[in-house]
Write a protein that binds this ligand. Sequence first.
Ligand code: EPZ
Length: 423
Amino acid sequence: MQKLIIDGGRPLRGEVEVQTAKNATLPIIAACILTDEPIVIENCPRLNDIDAMVDIVRHLGCRAEFSGNDLKVCCKDVTVDVINSDLTGKLRSSIFILGSILSRCRKAYISHPGGCEIGLRPIDLHISGLKALSVNIEDDCGVICCDGSDMKSAIVNLDFASVGATENLMMAGALLDGDTVIVNAAREPEIVDLADFINAMGGKVSGAGGSVIRITGVKKLHGCTYRPMPDRIVAGTYLAAVTATGGSVTVKNVVPEHIFGITERLKKTGAKLSVRGNAVRIVADGNPRALHKLETNVYPAFPTDMQPQFCALLSVATGSSVIVENLFENRFGYTSELVRMGASITVKDRIAVVAGVDKLHGASIKACDLRGGAALVIAALAAEGRSVVYGIEHIDRGYENIEREYSALGAVIKRVGGRDIGA
Ligand code: EPZ
């Protein structure tokens, strides 16, 4: 069992380059199925989640190979086969691939992805959205069977601005005659990136980034080379870490407006941030102020994927903070591990009250989900003494070589592999 050994209590200094966005690259890989021509995805992040999506498109007969940092995908031959639970279990959000398979093959079969550590992850909005496009959907013993023989464009309203459901419908409409209009679409930057990618393939998607997206179907899409956007959550994680440990770091390869909801709240903790082009410089003293209330919501509000990381930095803040998690019903699992490090956190349903303490101490802790794991790393970097972080396969789903990246900023962090013989 691999683990991270972190000797905390040191400020972070230097500069770091942000990786390409996992949550933009995943739907873009799925969208490669929309064409039989070769696609090159430049600077593709090397992550467990990306590998899981590559496994899925390969399972469908596509070729997908890494060449350096680029991922070359060619879906010349797509075979409609059941995307089984071994595949969907590793990547529950892969449900958005239905739209691209239906666009290309008019038939799709996928095992119900099921829930995960942070919530039930229902797919009702995906199903109702595809049904609005006249896809016939049946659940056959946990396998979702989609028949798109009679698919046609339509206006689709999403009861909730779901990121994945929006992506599913964008891909479902890309090759459909007429206009598919998504009302109450998700507005996340990753949605804009997917629209830009489909348009780079010769598609016609407009309105992405707003609440109404129009997809005018085209007869065929062609290959292209595309570099997805930088990862706004990885960027925010660096900034939250410096706020907790103190130091001065320049975070490069960011889109400032993508992380505005994050930087504005870090400023309220007392960190000093300045934007220079596509870089953000942060200077912090490691004694953040508490935030009276921090609520997660859909973009451009404060992102749920940054909630655990902020909880870690608020654990060592002066004063108490209230965190409200409005997106996922079970996203405070990591807080029990922070309490083992000396944090003072009370959780009730979707609310956590964080009473800042002067210092955390190192401990043996276990990550149970991706962003919760990032929070444990931040806490260990800020804590006095040594921490051992287990469950780092969760962290590797979204952070490329986390120990290399934070070591370059002066952190004392190393990955230890092999079978664990005790803490
Ligand atoms: C995407 O998940 C991201 N994943 C998540 O990031 C992110 O937390 C989430 O959007 C919200 O921003 C990827 O992009 C791969 P949703 P997604 O559909 O698409 C409810 C990470 O850490 N809902 O916007 O699954 C759902 O229960 C991951 O990188 C329904 O009720 O998110 C949740 O409460 C974690 N019915 C809310 O919507 C549905 O059919 C947000 O879900 C679908 C969703």
